[in-house]
Design a protein around this ligand. Structure first.
Ligand SMILES: *[C@@H]1O[C@H](CO)[C@@H](O)[C@H](O)[C@H]1NC(C)=O
Ligand SMILES: *[C@@H]1O[C@H](CO)[C@@H](O)[C@H](O)[C@H]1NC(C)=O
Length: 494
């Protein structure tokens, strides 16, 4: 009898804890787990300093979207005895081909006169416009779309196009960055296969294209993202492909959950996105299924979570002043061919200290204890005034403002956060659904701040997965699928 009571008590407890777990699990994205039949997805292409620079003729501004609602109709089939009711599906698209083709000089609802002949401003406003077409009313906030981001790492240093740590910079001689000559920072050719639904209820669409505008003498760069889902079942599966070429050896492609308003990581204009609530360290987790089919070669820095935010060196939030705003990124690189540049003999490539899950600080000069192989590279913001020597500052040109990078590698030290603990985890042949304590981990990473300034609130405006093929020596191909993406807010007490 006592035993039965105990069992009952135990089961009740389990039940109750399940209920409370369900209640405390609140998603920060508009489409938790990518399960919504009516998909919202957009595309953006960036040049080296996260702008447009110049549109590619005939392509419009490099912003596009595919957003639709699904309608199911029931038809009676009088001839057949069985299966008399047949479902038929249709998609009501919210973004027309003409919207996606909008380019400089063409006004649209909400466009400002000064944006009409400025390709950077035009793209920023076009994103807001596409967002207005895709927007889903929701609580606590409306949301717009998942974002596919494509970036070309070529920089024409003679163009003087990219600022240096946010400051307008003079042109300089080539050599530091890949560029085949004038026009190397071009925007891609983009084609769009608008989502369609088959009679069996399979929905499929995609974006693809190339950066190579001219010669098709083989070895063209290529990018593709195809999304597919069966009506009413499971998650959308996003299949990505990215290929570098001789002319475009440095390419990036990510699928991002961005802020629905505010600046998202690396972008100094108001954006649209998926994060109905901006997650704050340490109180959030990310769930995502990743299947890397092809790695993209030794230079492919595949990010199983790249998180981006922005705060000033004095700890205050960014306000769009590129001279004092600093983009902050942290990335776990899962390509086992990526070495640790941080080492006892290269302390400048390590953060000044590591913090354990038990809040013990280990200085990088503590060679017996510092986990050097857990860090690929740390670089400090170029506008920081009080850096500890030795240091390495981040590339000053590749963001509109100064940036800071904390790049991690799989290591047992990350086990408490559910992150990859050894080389090969999550890599080709190890497809998994991850539940990453991104909030917990990012609360204990070192980020630079001026001495004595109150610690910045770490609120993340961009969470993404994808690869950066960082100047490949030969044409490389990366291929992966992503699904089930969710950002789960956890309560401070759990
Ligand atoms: C993009 O996909 C379409 C349809 O599958 C194809 O016809 C086109 O050639 C592709 N674009 C490039 C640049 O390969
Ligand atoms: C290690 O670095 C810390 C912080 O910079 C410093 O206080 C300490 O003196 C250093 N220890 C040694 C042995 O150099």
């Amino acid at each position: 009898m006592a035993n039965q009571f105990f069992n009952l008590f135990f089961m009740l407890n389990v039940l109750l804890s399940c209920v409370s777990l369900a209640q405390s699990s609140v998603s920060a994205v508009g489409d938790p787990g990518m399960r919504r039949d009516g998909l919202r997805v957009a595309f953006e292409a960036w040049n080296f300093c996260n702008e447009v620079g110049k549109e590619t003729p005939g392509m419009g501004s490099p912003r596009a979207a595919d957003c639709f609602d699904l309608t199911t109709k029931f038809k009676f089939n009088h001839r057949r005895k069985r299966h008399r009711i047949k479902k038929s599906y249709s998609l009501n698209h919210r973004v027309a081909a003409a919207d996606n083709k909008l380019g400089m000089g063409k006004p649209f609802p909400g466009s400002s006169p000064r944006a009409l002949n400025n390709p950077d401003l035009y793209a920023a406003e076009k994103e807001l416009y596409l967002g207005s077409l895709c927007e889903v009313a929701d609580t606590p906030n409306p949301w717009q779309f998942w974002m596919v981001m494509l970036k070309n790492g070529n920089y024409d240093t003679k163009s003087g196009l990219c600022p240096e740590n946010g400051k307008k910079a003079a042109p300089f001689n080539p050599g530091r960055f890949p560029c085949f000559g004038e026009g190397c920072m071009n925007q891609p050719i983009l084609s769009h296969q608008q989502t369609r639904v088959s009679c069996h209820g399979t929905m499929r669409g995609g974006f693809n294209g190339t950066y190579d505008l001219g010669s098709d003498t083989g070895g063209m760069s290529y990018f593709e993202v195809v999304w597919e889902k069966k009506v009413g079942m499971g998650s959308w599966v996003f299949s990505h492909k990215l290929k570098t070429s001789k002319l475009y050896p440095w390419l990036m492609m990510y699928l991002r959950a961005d802020a629905t308003k505010a600046f998202s990581g690396g972008y100094h204009y108001d954006t649209r996105g998926m994060l109905t609530t901006l997650p704050e360290s340490p109180n959030f987790k990310v769930r995502v299924t990743l299947d890397v089919k092809q790695g993209g070669g030794p230079k492919s820095q595949f990010y199983l979570m790249d998180i981006g935010s922005c705060w000033k060196n004095n700890g205050t939030p960014c306000d769009g002043d590129v001279l004092t705003d600093v983009t902050r990124y942290s990335e776990m690189i899962i390509n086992p061919e990526t070495p640790a540049w941080c080492s006892p003999t290269n302390l400048g490539g390590c953060p000044p200290f590591h913090i354990t899950p038990y809040n013990t600080k280990i200085y990088r000069n503590d060679t017996a204890n510092f986990p050097y192989s857990a860090y690929h590279y740390y670089c400090a913001p170029g506008n920081a005034q009080h850096l500890e020597i030795p240091y390495s500052t981040c590339d000053p040109y590749s963001n509109p403002q100064a940036q800071e990078l904390v790049q991690l590698l799989p290591h047992p030290i990350w086990a408490d956060y559910g992150y990859p603990t050894k080389q090969g985890d999550g890599w080709v042949g190890d497809a998994r659904t991850w539940e990453l304590d991104v909030g917990g981990l990012s609360s204990r990473l070192y980020f630079y701040q001026d001495p004595g300034s109150p610690p910045a609130t770490r609120i993340w405006t961009s969470l993404d997965v994808g690869t950066e093929i960082f100047v490949s020596d030969k044409d490389e191909v990366a291929e992966w699928t992503l699904s089930d993406f969710d950002v789960i807010l956890t309560s401070p007490t759990t």
